[in-house]
Structures are given as C-alpha cells and as structure tokens.
Design a protein around this ligand. Sequence first.
Ligand SMILES: Cc1cc2nc3c(=O)[nH]c(=O)nc-3n(C[C@H](O)[C@H](O)[C@H](O)COP(=O)(O)OP(=O)(O)OC[C@H]3O[C@@H](n4cnc5c(N)ncnc54)[C@H](O)[C@@H]3O)c2cc1C
Length: 461
Amino acid sequence: MTDYAKRSFWLETCSDDLTPRAPLTQSIDVDVAILGGGYTGLWTAYYLLCSNSDLKVAVLEKEIVGFGASGRNGGWCSSKFPVTPSVLQQRYGRDQARALMLAMNDTVDEVSRFCQVEGVDAHFHKGGILTLARGDHQLPMIQSSYEAYSGLGLGEQYELLGPEQVQERIKVTKVCGGLFARENASLHPARLVRGIARAIERRDGAIYERTEITGFKEGSAASLLTAGGEVRAKRALVLAGESYLSQLPRLHRVVLPIYSLITLTEPLTEQQWAAIGWQNRESVASCNYTVDYLTRTADGRILFGSRGAPYRIGSTISDDQELHPPTHAHIEDLVVEWFPVLKGIRFTHHWGGPVGMPRDWMPMVAFDPNTRIATARGYTGQGVSTTNLTGRIMAELISGKRTALCGLPIAERQSPLWEVEPLRWLAVRYMQDAFRRIDEAGKEGKPEPVDAGLARYVGRH
Ligand SMILES: Cc1cc2nc3c(=O)[nH]c(=O)nc-3n(C[C@H](O)[C@H](O)[C@H](O)COP(=O)(O)OP(=O)(O)OC[C@H]3O[C@@H](n4cnc5c(N)ncnc54)[C@H](O)[C@@H]3O)c2cc1C
C-alpha cells in the first residue's frame, strides 16, 4: 500500500495504484493553468475541454489527484447546499434561492450522467438523504427546513416522516422524526476524482503531480510558479485549492480550514443489516450543530463522520490533525449509541481532512479577465456536487460561453475575509465549544446554554 492509500479508505480502494504522474520539470505555455487536482480543478478542466477541444489545459497538483478532501470525504453527492434555503432566500430573494436549489438538483444528475458517459464506476447510488430529529429538541429544525423548501415550491421533493416511518427505513435510537430528501446520492469519492482525471487526459489535458505551486503572477504575465518551472497562462489561472488556499500568503484569510473526521466499521454481517435495515442506502444525518454524517458503503460498512477536531491558530493544516484520537473515539461511541446492535464492532479505518470554510458560508466562483485569476472555493464540507456546479460555471466564465448558470448567486462574488489572528482563533474555538454545549444540553434534555442564541446568530448559515 502506498502512503497515499493510507490517507483514506477511498484512496485505498479506488482500484488505482496511485503511482504519481510525472511532475513539471520545465516551463510551459498553456491557455488555462489550474492549481489543484481535486474536484474543483478537475471539473473545470473537464468542462473547458468538453466545450473547447483545442484548448491547452494543465492541472498542477502538489501530491496526487484526490489527495485533498476530494479523496477523503463522506461520499454524499447531495443537492444540499452549505447555506440553508431560508438564509439563501433572505440574502438573495426567493427566485435566486429557488434557482440555486434547482441547479443543485440538476448537479446530482449531472454527476451521474458524467459517470455513465465517461465509464466511471463511482458506485453512484441515488438513495436520498434522511435527516433525523434525535430528540424532541431537534424536531423544530426538521419542520422549519421542510417549510423553507416548501416556501420555494420544492416541497414535493421532501417528505416529513414520523418516528415509525423512519424506523421502517433505518433503526436508530432516540429518533422522533425525520425529513427525507429525494434528490441526493452517495458515491465512492476517490473513484470519482480519479475518473475525472482520466477523462481529462483522454481529451489531451495535462496533469502534473507532485508539483507544488509556490506563488503566482497576475495580468499579462499570468503564471503559476513551481520549483520545476513556470506555467504561463494566456487565458486564465484557476486557483482550486479549497482549504489549502489558506496556506498561500496572499490568500491566507479567504477560507478557514476546519477538520472533519471519519471512522469506518468493518463490513456488517447480514444479521446486523437485518437488525438495522437501511436497505435504500440513504445518506443519514441528525440535526446536531457539531455535524454528523453517515453513509452505508457499497461493501456494507458504516461510515460515520463528524466535525470536532479543534481549530488550530494560524489556520494550520498538518498531517497530525487527520487523526485526533479523542474525536475518533467519540465517533466510535456514537456509532454504538446510534446502533446498539453494533456493540463490539471493529473499526477498520480512521481518517480526516480539512474542509474550506468561507466567512459567510457561501461558496463562490469568479473570473477576472484583467488579472486572469479565476477561483472557486468555500464549500464548507458540501462540495462533492457543488464543485461540479462551480466547475461548469468556471468553464463558462473563462470561455465566455455563458448560460443562466452564471446568473446564480454563487457566481462572480467574493466572501468577506476572516479576521486576523488571534481573533480568528478565539471566535472559531468559541463557536466550536458553543455548538458542542448546545448539542450536549439537547441530548441530556437540559435547557440550552444562555449563549445559544448568540452562537446560532454568529454561526447562522
Ligand atoms: C473528511 C471530509 C468529509 C467530507 N464529506 C463530504 C460529503 O460527504 N459530501 C460533500 O459534498 N462534501 C464533503 N466534504 C467536502 C468535499 O470533499 C470538498 O468540498 C471537495 O472535495 C472540495 O474539492 P476541491 O477540489 O475544491 O478541494 P480539494 O479536494 O481539497 O483539492 C485541492 C487540491 O489542491 C492541492 N493543492 C493544495 N495546495 C497546492 C499547491 N500549493 N500546489 C499544488 N496543489 C495544491 C491539494 O493537494 C488538493 O489535492 C468533505 C470533506 C472532508 C475533508
């Protein structure tokens, strides 16, 4: 097993041997140069090449394709957007909020279409999302979420479920109700990201791995700088590094890296599955502020993910944060708390990675023809499908072949910058702690902490 395969179960089982492609060793001239071999960079390259087959496109990746969040995530390919429908409506109005939600639905189908057309077996399965109210305190969230979607005229895609209806789908403890959302899928993240890379190469796009971008120049001299040479770009430089963009001095405050951690069980036995149900393989979550997300993998394991690893001052990204024993141990406990029948189950994999959080939780995609800088980022842990949408929009913005997608509220916008340190650290650690306290109080049936309203207001999205 290569070291890269140890980064996640998905990289280990993606059926590639993960030998890095050749690095860049000399300066080159291209039309579009892309930093980052994750979904954002690769979808952009793919759609650019689909609509302009003679374009010269190069993707430069510091490690290997899928090294970042794209090869490590929870496998939710969902129409769920990082900003809730009610906040979207407040910020951009009903029509824009609805248009964005519909575009997200289409995006899930577009990922499926890509897999079929390009022959990528990414285990795509459209099982929907089941959001659970675990405790009465979570019922209002389910209800208001349903009302927000209904208010946008999308109610028929959602179904409010009583506790018995939930139990018919999946047997989880403490469930008081649920919301089923049809337009969602789950998939094998690394098979997808590696498959997009192959589709790009079939269209003569170039991918350089083990090639770190150390800086970039804008305007008529636009280029990405690496130790092996410069990549001069006639049309655009695409910065698609998501959380890792925070490590480039000029972009340090545009996104905040927050670690999301995952624990995976061994494959369950037939008896265990019979006791749990979950035959439709929905993606499952509760309404916890500390976030939990569950996937039933194609080979019959339970993937349980959660936030919780503490933010480190200076937006640090480091290998040692991928394994945080207290958080991983807590997730193992949660698996058994949700599914008591799994007491004694073996956990075979633990991993994690940084998600990129913008100051206003709103993803963005933009291209400035004067500086030639293009960027898409800020998915806050909901990028498997959203990156496909931003990748398509980015290709349209760069090629000038615009459709209605370029009018969506994620296009041609910027998020505010994060605060300077140590303010940033203080605020983020406060929010992480406040969300944990709110969840704990709810779980124990205690009144909410006195600062719950403040935390909800600051963290509203
Ligand atoms: C643990 C975890 C669970 C998640 N679960 C889900 C989920 O279930 N559903 C969902 O929708 N989203 C989920 N996400 C988020 C989703 O995976 C991301 O939003 C998405 O993968 C972002 O893709 P990207 O291409 O923008 O970034 P990345 O995949 O992070 O790619 C960025 C790439 O840029 C490279 N890079 C960085 N700096 C440089 C440099 N200087 N030079 C060259 N290359 C560089 C990195 O090595 C990396 O490969 C999860 C994320 C994590 C970490």
